[in-house]
Design a protein around this ligand. Structure first.
Ligand SMILES: NC(=O)c1ccc[n+]([C@@H]2O[C@H](COP(=O)([O-])OP(=O)(O)OC[C@H]3O[C@@H](n4cnc5c(N)ncnc54)[C@H](O)[C@@H]3O)[C@@H](O)[C@H]2O)c1
Length: 384
């Protein structure tokens, strides 16, 4: 089976490529190193060092005896997208290649337009290239649980039964993104849904929760690393809390801290994506909510504090600061997530174990982490 990963140089893309190789697939990948450049442009860097793509590919060849075919280029350029679909003739395409930071999209007009352009164009290019060249390819597109927002009712997997003024229908669940980034994903969702309806494409739209962690089975086995961002723009909450603990800083919880979100470890994220790759629903638009558990920010801060104090025997402080985002900081949250379990998913890495791994890996890179310390506190405010 030929698998093409768009965004193969990223946090999820690189370990996913190693997983697909170990499953015996022919792996192709594309990237233009956008995230490497953007994280540096906001004054930070990956807290865990990563190799260049050339060295990554060489190490993979040495360690596995297998090769990945890499295409360097921009997937929001239609010509590039058509070329790589032709050259790789993929059975499965995992589309991860988007601007993935909500705060980055809220810095100003340029960043908002850049996010919408990059994300919507790349998905539109993919839709048209697949329709024209490889119509039976299974598109696995990474969306986010943030597309749904935090409604005061349960969140289904994509669609729900609704009765209104005495009539019933089965409709897409309302999306309510809270940044331009989230809205770019909502537009992708609508575009993919329409394309499936018109041309009978095979699409799995993955509403993914927040991913945490530094390790996967293959990264451990080959002694390789994936990027790990801790700054206010690209770093996600658990990764930032762990860095603050290691740096001896207070863990800064935004607002009241009762914001709840779905989470899963990096190992579980790539396990889910590889399971989905093996279970296409031909000519169907399928939505999967991909997370393991949901937690509040307060719970996560307490967990990191507890783990750090237990392992390193040093006190950790938790402080609440003004929320830079516009979001409810105390709300109902009950998203459904049955489909992955029906496909056979079992979580292999739990929060406590992965917090331990993250702290260990950050401690090993303490000097590097110290240099990035100033990038952790919020500088991007939704209101300004
Ligand atoms: N990491 C998370 O917690 C999380 C949660 C929910 C959804 N997602 C989604 O999953 C996907 C992957 O996330 P990630 O954390 O691995 O992000 P990442 O930024 O580390 O990886 C994305 C990769 O795509 C590349 N890329 C971006 N635009 C490109 C373009 N136009 N052409 C070629 N390459 C391009 C980047 O250089 C990067 O290597 C994203 O779409 C993200 O929105 C991530």
């Amino acid at each position: 089976m030929n698998v093409l990963i768009l965004g193969i140089d990223g946090y999820i893309g690189f370990p996913l490529a190693l997983r697909f190789l170990s499953m015996g697939y022919n792996v192709y990948g594309a990237d233009n190193f956008y995230t490497r450049r953007r994280v540096k442009a906001v004054g930070s860097d990956t807290a865990i060092p990563i190799n260049t793509m050339d060295i990554r590919l060489k190490k993979i060849r040495e360690k596995t005896g297998k090769s990945i075919t890499f295409f360097k280029g921009n997937v929001s350029n239609p010509q590039f997208m058509y070329d790589i679909i032709k050259k790789s003739s993929p059975d499965v395409i995992v589309h991860l290649a988007e601007q993935r930071s909500a705060p980055y999209s809220m810095i100003g007009l340029r960043q908002a337009i850049e996010t919408l352009d990059n994300n919507i164009n790349s998905t539109m290019n993919l839709i048209y290239a697949v329709k024209d060249i490889k119509r039976d390819a299974h598109i696995i597109k990474l969306g986010t649980m943030g597309e749904y927002g935090t409604p005061n009712i349960d969140i289904p997997e994509g669609f729900f039964n609704i009765e209104y003024h005495g009539r019933r229908d089965y409709l897409p669940f309302p999306r309510s993104g809270q940044s331009w980034y989230h809205l770019s994903k909502v537009h992708d969702t609508n575009n993919l849904m329409l394309a499936t309806k018109i041309w009978g494409l095979t699409v799995t739209d993955v509403m993914q929760g927040v991913v945490y962690g530094t390790r996967t089975e293959e990264l451990n086995e080959y002694k390789m690393t994936t990027r790990f961002d801790i700054d206010e723009t690209y770093g996600t909450v658990l990764n930032r809390f762990a860095s603050q603990a290691v740096l001896g800083m207070p863990l800064t919880v935004y607002g009241a801290g009762n914001q709840k979100r779905g989470f899963l470890s990096l190992e579980d994220s790539i396990t889910c994506l590889s399971l989905i790759a093996e279970h296409p629903e031909p000519e169907n638009y399928n939505v999967i909510n991909q997370f393991d558990e949901y937690y509040s920010l307060n719970y996560l801060a307490e967990k990191v504090k507890e783990k750090y104090e237990e392992i390193y025997n040093k006190d950790v402080e938790i402080s609440h600061i003004d929320d830079p985002r516009i979001e409810l900081d105390d709300h109902y949250y009950n998203p459904e997530h049955k489909k992955l379990y029906e496909l056979g998913f079992k979580s292999r890495v739990k929060l406590d174990d992965e917090i331990y791994n993250i702290m260990n890996d950050l401690n090993e890179n303490r000097l590097r982490l110290l240099r990035l310390k100033d990038s952790i506190m919020p500088r991007t405010f939704w209101k300004s």
